[in-house]
Design a protein around this ligand. Structure first.
Ligand code: SF4
Ligand code: SF4
Length: 163
């Protein structure tokens, strides 16, 4: 039997659903902008998500993540750490300060589409170092273009070349 062709109503429904998604996304971005403005913290990532494992979190005795968060996205709620997702910029400060590995998991997408996932302080440190090396490499190759291939092999190996 040949596949059923979509009717004009199906096509109209699809179009209105995708328009609704676009509107919701625009609303979400505007809401985040308004909430983040007073904190002075800029969005650095296209999107992301954060999860906190309430079973491994030592909570009341710790709260280091809450103190470290630059946007007050974390709070102490009914016996556990809560997240206001609209305030989270996926910076990783909470993961860097958490005393339990893999308790907080952050996933974020950079403007160039690169996805980063981390859940341990050492992951955050390594990502920061790698970013620093990339920036230095860009600076060096803008002055000495022929050094690009030489420097790149070190970036790929996560070795800080200080170049
Ligand atoms: S990643 Fe953590 S520290 Fe950074 S904004 Fe989100 S909740 Fe706050
Ligand atoms: S820093 Fe980690 S262990 Fe401490 S309260 Fe936050 S999530 Fe829980």
């Amino acid at each position: 039997m040949p596949p059923k062709q979509p009717s004009i109503f199906d096509l109209m429904n699809e179009e209105s659903e995708s328009q609704q998604q676009v509107d919701e996304e625009a609303e979400r971005k505007q809401r985040r902008k308004e909430l983040l403005e007073p904190t002075g913290v800029k969005e650095l990532f296209k999107e992301g998500n954060i999860k906190i494992n309430k079973f491994t979190c030592v909570g009341g005795q710790c709260k280091l993540c809450i103190k470290a968060c630059p946007t007050n996205a974390l709070y102490w709620g009914t016996g556990e750490v809560g997240v206001i997702e609209d305030l989270c910029v996926y910076c990783g400060a909470c993961v860097l300060n958490c005393m339990v590995d893999d308790c907080i998991k952050v996933e974020r997408t950079r403007e160039d589409g690169k996805v980063e996932r981390f859940s341990k302080p050492k992951d955050v440190i390594m990502l920061g170092q790698k970013k620093g090396v990339e920036k230095r490499l860009q600076r060096v190759t803008s002055i000495l273009p022929d050094r690009e291939a030489y420097c790149k092999k070190y970036v790929d190996k996560d070795i800080d070349l200080q170049c």
